[in-house]
Design a protein around this ligand. Structure first.
Ligand code: FAD
Length: 390
């Protein structure tokens, strides 16, 4: 790749968190010749049967694709394992549907599996001789001045201490790296929980093993205060996400009350999910919170930097959290080459360039949350306009 450099091999970079952003960032740094150590709290997900955690599939847009292309994995993810969604399919309360294309030129977004993308990125990271992965390493303490990190093994509780020239926090919305950075002056921080929660349900493949709804759409059931969406999976099932206020989740206390609620709001989804499965899955789960995070700057000196949700977690109504985090890696990579790998220049330049853009997306996501709640009361042409954002 153009601009590949080996002059960085004496610089050790610790990337904390091997989720979607951390594993991508490890690849980008490896391409630039750094000595990269990737530390992850969880076990290696490639060895697990079931990976607990957030959303099963995600909408990937051009921002995410561009970043994947930069490390040569776009094709293995998009061409072979992503499902194009060319339009939204709106499900009205009477069961009728209407498609709204994303644009006239046939551009689309893609439904991708979180686990699959993460596994491809981990395997790619490990393919570089200058990347070492450390699983079951939970960052539990950090001294920014000495660039020292303490990791605890979640199973054995054993701890070990490591140092690095640069520490990059890619450890998500509840970032331990950010927590340590906040102990310093001059770092602004705010977080916001919204009154809505989300729950993932599932529409299985139909009896012929095919998609139970037309597959190349992001299906949306807008219902005023509530909303439900569905994204297609490779195995012909759908991941359905129900968004509603926590007090509504709490009010659905029995199978009968749940079924009445679905009859009233999502009657066409009942046969698709199956009554028994709906009741079983709903009561086996609970509404999960959604948080929005802003902080600035994203760095401390030349020693510490935040990327992805650690820097700017956002509510998922714009479908851009992962995409924006992946774009962070690209922006950082561009500045590394532009400023000749001088970290004392690159880190402040990154904060200055990225902060306004990332905060704009955080705000847009929150704006879309408020807008989409009201969709059902809007006239149809207004609904169309609002949906142009999702
Ligand atoms: P994470 O995915 O949170 O990864 C952080 C990693 O750090 C994890 O592996 C974690 O185990 C590890 N870690 C945490 N703490 C420590 C520690 N102390 N030490 C070591 N490791 C640690 N985005 C989109 O672009 N499109 C979508 O359609 C979309 N849909 C979404 C739907 C829902 C319901 C939700 C909740 C989010 C959605 N998002 C979407 C947002 C997306 O999930 C996030 O933006 C993305 O996961 C951020 O990636 P990340 O690597 O920064 O953080």
């Amino acid at each position: 790749m153009e601009g590949k450099s080996n002059k960085n091999s004496d610089t050790q970079v610790a990337v904390v968190g091997a989720g979607l952003v951390g594993s991508l960032e490890a690849c980008m740094l490896a391409q630039r010749g750094y000595d990269v150590h990737l530390y992850e709290y969880r076990e290696d997900i490639r060895t697990l049967e079931h990976v607990p955690g957030r959303s099963i599939n995600l909408a990937m847009s051009v921002r995410g694709r561009t970043a994947l292309r930069h490390i040569g994995v776009e094709d293995s993810i998009i061409a072979h394992h992503a499902i194009p969604m060319r339009a939204r399919m709106i499900h009205r309360p009477d069961g009728s549907t209407a498609a709204i294309p994303y644009n006239k030129d046939g551009q689309c977004i893609y439904s991708v599996g979180r686990r699959f993308v993460n596994e491809v990125l981990l395997t790619k990271a490990e393919s570089f001789p200058n990347v070492t992965c450390h699983f079951q390493h939970r960052l539990t303490a950090m001294d920014i001045t000495t660039r020292t990190m303490t990791f605890t093994n979640p199973t054995t509780e054993e701890t070990n201490t490591r140092t690095a020239d640069l520490i990059i926090g890619c450890d998500g919305a509840f970032s331990a790296v950010r927590k340590e950075m906040l102990k310093r002056a001059n770092l602004n921080y705010s977080q916001n929980y919204i009154p809505h929660g989300y729950m993932e349900l599932c529409i299985p493949a139909d009896k012929h093993g095919e998609f139970a709804m037309p597959p190349n759409y992001l299906h949306i059931w807008p219902r005023g205060e509530y909303m439900m969406i569905a994204l297609p999976n490779q195995d012909k099932s759908w991941t359905v996400t129900l968004f509603m206020p926590f007090n509504i989740f709490e009010s659905l206390t029995s199978p009968q009350i749940l079924m009445n609620f679905f009859q009233q709001n999502y009657p066409d989804a009942i046969p698709l999910i199956g009554e028994e499965k709906l009741v079983k899955d709903f009561f086996a789960n609970k509404g999960l919170p959604m948080i929005s995070v802003k902080c600035s700057p994203y760095h401390v000196g030349s020693s510490c930097l935040l990327l992805g949700d650690a820097a700017h977690a956002m509510v998922p109504f714009y479908g851009q959290g992962m995409n924006c985090g992946m774009e962070d890696c690209l922006v950082f990579d561009e500045l590394l080459t532009k400023l000749d790998y001088d970290l004392s220049l690159v880190l402040p330049a990154y904060s200055a360039k990225r902060n306004p853009d990332a905060e704009a997306i955080v705000d847009l996501a929150m704006y879309n949350y408020v807008e989409m709640r009201d969709m059902v009361n809007s006239r149809w042409f207004l609904l169309r306009k609002k949906l142009d954002n999702f």
